[in-house]
Design a protein around this ligand. Structure first.
Ligand code: GUN
Ligand code: ZN
Length: 438
């Protein structure tokens, strides 16, 4: 038997990227709106008075007024095995990786540990209103199995991959070109398309892959042309220097991935902060995505990603946004965009609140090529939904008293909001706050 749910509140869903702070055409906003949810999908969207009559007699109604109802937030770059790395004190990326991150990831050889952290991971992301994440697991197949098992149990649309790495890390974190290939294939066969799971081909970065492993990664990319690919690019100056020493024939860092056929649509390059004009052109021409990780870039002192400038180029680069847990310092996409805003301030650019909320939802769905499923409240898409309260704390409530527009409310949510502003998270139509109904 199908049971319908009617979710009432103030709806906000983007239609396209906003061109300026007052771009009213770029989004749908319904002051007294409703979503009719049926079989995990949005069956109708609009004003309450239009949608209510479409609900059957058995429909249960949840009234979230006066809160905002948005598509579930999307995080395009996280490391699932780094939940116990977040908040580690290091001078820079390479020190942080060697001192904290690699030793911690070694623990994921134990599937009981991987399963425990997977449970925590899903609890935390859903608590933060994030319904889709693009995750690196560890090198161990067991970590990918734990991640996807938990995702299947929760009914989430998640993208993840077993990391490929065969050098420059502790022995316990290394595969080989053949083992990395075989286990990635096994993860794809076992998990891709199971429930709402997607598998990404995941070479960690060029420093930890030999040319032989990169060649095997290319083979995977050719055999699975529709899969996502994720890796790291141009995050830190020492990293860039060392990478180019390891691949002396390549023109630059981006060219290494290009030579192995990894620069393409649905390929996600974490950080991509210090790109040359040539590299940005190559990214743009291929349709590859630069993933901005603002809290991580500040926390590790990696640099200021030119979010606005890179999208304004004659050949614009597609951009996604992400927390980069555990290099990032917050699980919240609201806090992430707060830091993205401040980085643009330092670069003399303006990031308006519509753009921020676009990036967390539709913008990231576009970057992932998943707009038919997530990122909007459009009819027919999956009912992944977040409910936000811009007056969640005493300080927010006080500031809300002087707010007079939707733009101001969004900016307040981004600046002062975090998990406390998340009233409810729905996964495929089901309320899923961990201390609630899960
Ligand atoms: N580059 C290679 N691995 C990592 C990682 O785990 N985190 C970050 N921020 N950068 C990386
Ligand atoms: Zn990363």
């Amino acid at each position: 038997m199908t049971t319908d749910t009617l979710i009432r509140g103030r709806l906000l869903s983007f239609r396209r990227a906003p061109e300026h702070a007052g771009d009213r055409e770029s989004y749908l906003y319904e002051e007294d709106g409703a979503l009719l949810v049926r079989d995990g999908k949005i069956a109708a969207v609009g004003s309450y008075s239009d949608v209510n009559p479409k609900a059957g007699a058995e429909t249960s109604e949840i009234d979230h007024r006066p809160h905002l109802i948005l598509p579930g937030l999307i995080d395009c770059h996280v490391h699932f095995p780094q939940m116990q790395v977040i908040a580690s004190y290091a001078a820079n990326l390479l020190e942080w990786l060697n001192t904290y991150t690699f030793p911690e990831e070694c623990r994921f050889v134990e599937s009981a540990h991987a399963q425990r952290i997977a449970t925590q991971f899903f609890d935390e992301f859903l608590r933060q209103g994030t319904t889709t994440a693009v995750a690196y697991c560890s090198v161990h197949k067991a970590s990918a199995d734990a991640f996807f098992t938990e995702s299947l149990r929760r009914g989430t649309l998640m993208i993840g991959g077993k990391v490929l790495m065969d050098r420059n890390a502790p022995q316990g974190l290394l595969d080989t070109p053949q083992l990395g290939y075989d286990e990635t294939r096994a993860v794809i066969e076992q998990w891709h398309g199971k429930g709402r799971n997607h598998v990404a081909i995941t070479p960690r970065f060029a420093i930890t892959s030999t040319p032989e492993q990169m060649a095997m990664t290319q083979k995977l990319a050719e055999e699975f042309p529709d899969l996502h690919i994720q890796t790291h690019l141009s995050e830190n100056h020492d990293e860039i220097r060392y990478t180019c020493e390891l691949y002396p024939d390549a023109t630059d860092y981006t060219d290494i991935y290009s030579r192995y056929g990894l620069l393409r649509k649905k390929a996600l390059f974490g950080h991509a902060i210090h790109l040359s004009e040539r590299e940005a052109d190559a990214m743009a021409e291929s349709g590859a995505v630069a993933v901005h990780c603002p809290t991580s870039n500040l926390f590790l002192g990696s640099g200021l990603f030119p979010l606005k400038a890179i999208q304004r180029r004659e050949k614009p680069v597609t951009v996604a946004v992400a927390t980069d847990i555990g290099g990032g310092s917050s699980y919240s996409m609201l806090k992430t965009m707060d830091e993205a805003y401040k980085i643009q301030q330092l670069l003399g650019e303006r990031l308006n609140p519509l753009e921020s909320f676009y990036h967390m939802t539709l913008g990231n769905a576009v970057a992932l090529d998943l707009v038919d499923r997530i990122g909007t409240l459009d009819e027919g898409t999956d009912a992944d939904i977040v409910v936000l309260n811009a007056a969640a704390t005493p300080a927010m409530r006080l500031r809300m008293e002087t707010v007079t527009s939707l733009g101001e409310e969004l900016f307040l949510l981004q600046t002062l909001g975090d998990d406390r502003a998340v009233v409810e998270t729905y996964v495929a139509g089901k309320a899923s706050k961990p201390d609630g109904l899960m």
